[in-house]
Design a binder for this molecule. Structure first.
Ligand SMILES: NC(=O)c1ccc[n+]([C@@H]2O[C@H](COP(=O)([O-])OP(=O)(O)OC[C@H]3O[C@@H](n4cnc5c(N)ncnc54)[C@H](OP(=O)(O)O)[C@@H]3O)[C@@H](O)[C@H]2O)c1
Length: 275
């Protein structure tokens, strides 16, 4: 598995397994399938309510902990010092581990009209810095933070985030935010890299898939990889799980990267941190 390097030197797999809603049908067996397919990175969150199933799958599968990259997220209503410590401890307990490879603040705001969101983020972040300094988290970051959320935060924090996990896919590339993250040396990571399957049957993607003899999903994921963005697709079958990791034996031309970067908006979830 190819990797990217974070601003603290930690290496992060270029493709991870996104677990949101993944266990709803297949339970913990889906996670075991993902491990069998070769995934090392498992993305979850307290909000997904599947950390227990993931923990059981990991221990039953018997992976060596050091070979895994386990990521969870704290919900923004849990950013007071006591709440985030409790939420973090619950995640560790449910995932049956004694450290996380990465921990993220899931969204900048719980209530989009909350005028106090920044002080809440900063309170939670100081706890994350402590957990990072004590080795209980190897990398800390945010999710769904746009430049106007990160900028006031960066003015106050001791340790800057290593990752910003965002909705990023063909048709929703958030270029303004990507430029900002590059300037600040924070790695963007793509959630819904397949546009939650809304892009899978797009005829424009199918033409490229034919040209490169790859599937539509592989074109979409390879595009993100070549743009320097790790991704965390969710899939339910072992065939799709493997397909989504098999993107390292071909290269999109620069013109095709441009073509895909310049797509008109499509596949957008309509989930926005401010609205
Ligand atoms: N930080 C955040 O706020 C946030 C928000 C949303 C998501 N996420 C994370 O990002 C992960 C991925 O996002 P997502 O689940 O929303 O969307 P996604 O990965 O873009 O798309 C998942 C959909 O694509 C289908 N699919 C997967 N591989 C396929 C393939 N090779 N061919 C055809 N269809 C395929 C899946 O179907 P099947 O399941 O039927 O195979 C599923 O319907 C989540 O699981 C979660 O971990 C984070």
């Amino acid at each position: 598995m190819e990797e990217f390097v974070l601003n603290n030197g930690i290496r992060i797999p270029a493709v991870g397994y996104g677990s949101y809603l993944s266990t709803a049908k297949g339970g913990k067996d889906v996670i075991k399938e993902a491990l069998k397919a070769g995934y090392r990175y498992i993305d979850t969150a307290s909000f997904y309510r599947n950390e227990k199933e993931i923990g059981e799958a990991l221990s039953e599968y018997g992976s060596d902990r050091k070979d895994l990259f386990l990521v969870s997220k704290v919900w923004p209503s849990m950013l007071s010092k006591d709440d985030i410590k409790r939420s973090f401890d619950d995640s560790l307990k449910d995932l049956k581990t004694d450290y996380l490879d990465m921990y993220l603040i899931h969204w900048p705001k719980d209530d989009r009209n909350d005028p106090h969101w920044l002080s809440k983020v900063l309170e939670g972040w100081t706890v994350m810095e402590d957990l990072y300094n004590s080795g209980l988290i190897k990398a800390i970051g945010v999710s769904n933070f746009l430049p106007h959320h990160l900028n006031p935060m960066l003015n106050e924090v001791k340790i800057k985030p290593m990752v910003d996990q965002l909705e990023l896919h063909v048709g929703y590339m958030q270029e303004y935010t990507l430029d900002y993250l590059k300037e600040k040396d924070i790695l963007p990571q793509a959630w819904s890299p397949l546009g939650r399957a809304r892009l899978i049957n797009d005829e424009r993607i199918s033409l490229l898939a034919e040209k490169y003899k790859k599937s539509n999903a592989q074109i979409l994921l390879r595009f993100l990889y070549q743009r320097g963005i790790p991704s965390i697709p969710k899939a339910s079958s072992i065939g799709r799980m493997k397909e989504n990791m098999d993107i390292f034996d071909f290269k999109l031309s620069e013109d095709d990267i441009s073509f895909l970067s310049c797509f008109p908006q499509c596949g957008y979830s309509e989930e926005h941190p401010d609205f």
